[in-house]
Design a protein around this ligand. Structure first.
Ligand SMILES: C[S@@+](CC[C@H](N)C(=O)[O-])C[C@H]1O[C@@H](n2cnc3c(N)ncnc32)[C@H](O)[C@@H]1O
Length: 352
């Protein structure tokens, strides 16, 4: 293990950038399996998290089998392993995750495949990570599969779930910042209501915030879920969903500063691309997708100009082109992974 000088991130396990035998053996092993989300490489390698839109990510991101690729949200490595299976022995893959448990899981892959190295870092720190990794000339492909992983949700002790009782934590990186309980027990009512409304589009935000403040101190997930349940009237629109879904989403986004992360992550990831390199982003709710769409449009559309003016892309301020439209999971994937229903993939290519 090699720790870098910046306290903000750590190269948890850095493999040398050589096409050693272990890389080749690993490639051959995984290349024999298909990229499919129901079984095969992804599932065998990542029992706890089924990667979404795997086929589409690999297809749109891998244009050349060498160069530098980045998985900015390693999770349990489903996407990462499938991309590695498409890459040559001299390619490099850099993984990041802010969750120490994901980083620990990634160390197994880093030891098995010398093309891969993992960093405990946020994707907003990508520029620093690439500098520390000695990457020059930019990345060929970068993936951000944002949000939480199944292992994070399924482990009640992480505090993300309203279905199982656990400490009200919700931090993707429990070594940083305030837990959900610490924030809810100290924040003013108006701020809680604002967070629920802005990040969860929760109509009952004021009522829920009032009841949270009245019930303090909160310490467990089910305590919070019960408070919300008592405030959210059941109606036709929310029958299929747990009443606490929006509240938990909003608090998680706030506690992990996910909107700031996404904004900075998109900027840093795009800047880290080589010319011709691609950035793929998977989001899981409309607020995030809107943000991605807005940034991608800004990069790929010229400001309005008189028609037929002979101007180059660079003169127009265009630095990218969109690769297709937004992509949703197809029925075969939905049949095996219902979580893919809310996923949207957008891809952009840097052109100058
Ligand atoms: C949806 S999962 C990714 C799953 C992964 N693609 C796979 O196939 O296993 C999201 C992961 O991104 C991580 N994450 C979320 N926001 C992050 C950020 N700003 N920087 C780094 N990692 C982040 C989470 O900790 C989680 O492990």
């Amino acid at each position: 293990m090699r720790a870098f000088t910046q306290p903000s991130f750590v190269a948890a396990c850095q493999a040398p950038w050589t096409g050693s035998n272990s890389a080749v053996e690993f490639t051959q092993e995984i290349k024999s399996e298909e990229v499919d989300f129901g079984g095969g490489a992804a599932k065998a390698a990542s029992e706890e998290h089924i990667p979404v839109l795997l086929r589409e990510v690999v297809h749109s991101l891998i244009q050349a089998d060498s160069g530098v690729y980045v998985d900015g949200t390693y999770g349990r490595g489903g996407h990462c392993r499938s991309m590695l299976a498409r890459l040559a022995p001299d390619a490099k893959m850099i993984g990041l995750d802010r969750d120490p448990e994901a980083v620990a899981a990634a160390q197994v892959l880093a030891q098995a495949d010398s093309r891969f190295s993992i960093f405990h870092a946020r994707f907003s720190q990508l520029a620093d990570v690439l500098e520390q990794a000695g990457v020059v000339g930019g990345a060929q492909g970068i993936l951000l599969d944002i949000g939480v992983s199944s292992p994070q949700i399924d482990d009640a002790s992480r505090g993300f779930s309203f279905n199982a009782d656990g400490p009200l934590d919700m931090r993707m990186d429990p070594t940083q910042g305030l837990s959900a309980a610490e924030w809810l027990n100290t924040a003013v009512e108006e701020d809680i209501a604002k967070v629920l409304f802005v990040h969860g589009e929760e109509r009952n935000s004021r009522h829920i915030a009032k009841n949270i403040v009245a019930a303090r101190p909160l310490s467990t997930t089910l305590q919070l879920a019960d408070i919300v349940e008592a405030c959210v009237p059941r109606n036709r629109n929310n029958m299929g969903k747990h009443p606490a879904t929006k509240t938990f989403q909003a608090i998680r986004i706030f506690i992990n500063a996910e909107d700031q992360e996404l904004r900075a992550g998109l900027e840093h990831a795009f800047a880290a691309l080589a010319i011709g390199g691609r950035l793929a982003v998977i989001s899981f709710h409309s607020l995030e997708d809107r943000q991605v769409k807005h940034v991608f449009r800004g990069l790929s559309r010229p400001p309005s100009m008189p028609r037929r003016l002979p101007v180059r892309h660079s003169d127009q301020g265009i630095s990218a082109r969109l690769i297709g439209k937004s992509i949703k999971a197809q029925s075969d994937e939905l049949a095996t992974n219902p979580r893919a229903r809310s996923a949207t993939l957008r891809v952009i290519e840097r052109i100058c």
